[in-house]
Design a protein. Structure first.
Length: 212
């Protein structure tokens, strides 16, 4: 009897290329988190990814380009995870509180650590600085657009509405930095709750409450 399940053929060149890039970017992120930017060499990244140096250089010719693209890949993944998690929030739940909790769960983890490594290193590395500046602009544009979609307002020029997403992100990044420096989990969590209270005070109730 013929097999009703066709055998999948070999992967295409494009599929192999994307798989290699994903391996290298994941290895770069792990290396940044474990060793920091200065000690995270392209040789170490290739070793962790299990690919040849030639294969790595084919896709990412410089260390700055590689780590920046890896962090962009991480941000894109976290953004997709945020949207999916927010979609599952109960309609009656306070939407602003849920969004802040989700954003904090992501800011406090690997995303912030590797981003901090890049920002600090970019201060004295012109090539990396160009990559970081471009990534920063794209990221904040995504944050602001996501805020407008999830929290529509009749008047985006109203006080605090226009600056809300950038303020919230900067505030949470500050908490994450303090958490790394002082190791004070309670203070960070208190800051998150304070941000929620501030949001309820300055933003219209139609933006902060649950969906009817």
């Amino acid at each position: 009897m013929a097999d009703l399940h066709p055998i999948r053929g070999r992967r295409t060149q494009e599929e192999r290329s994307k798989a290699t890039q994903a391996l290298v970017m994941d290895a770069a992120l792990a290396c940044l988190e474990d060793l920091g930017y200065a000690r995270c060499s392209t040789t170490e990244i290739a070793k962790r990814a299990g690919v040849s140096r030639g294969a790595q250089l084919h896709h990412f010719p410089t260390k700055a380009a590689l780590v920046a693209e890896a962090v962009r890949h991480l941000f894109d993944r976290r953004h997709a995870e945020f949207l999916e998690a927010f979609r599952r929030v109960e309609p009656s739940a306070p939407r602003l509180d849920a969004a802040i909790d989700l954003l904090w769960s992501m800011v406090r983890g690997q995303s912030f650590v590797v981003w901090l490594e890049l920002v600090v290193a970019a201060r004295t590395d012109p090539e990396l600085a160009r990559e970081v500046h471009a990534l920063s602009r794209d990221f904040i544009d995504t944050v602001e657009e996501t805020f407008r979609v999830l929290f529509p307002s009749d008047d985006e020029t109203a006080p605090f509405v226009a600056v809300a997403p950038r303020f919230a992100l900067s505030f949470l990044e500050g908490l994450a930095l303090g958490r790394l420096g002082f190791g004070d989990e309670a203070a960070a969590e208190y800051g998150v709750e304070t941000l929620k209270q501030l949001g309820r005070l300055v933003l219209p109730a139609t933006m902060t409450g649950g969906r009817s």
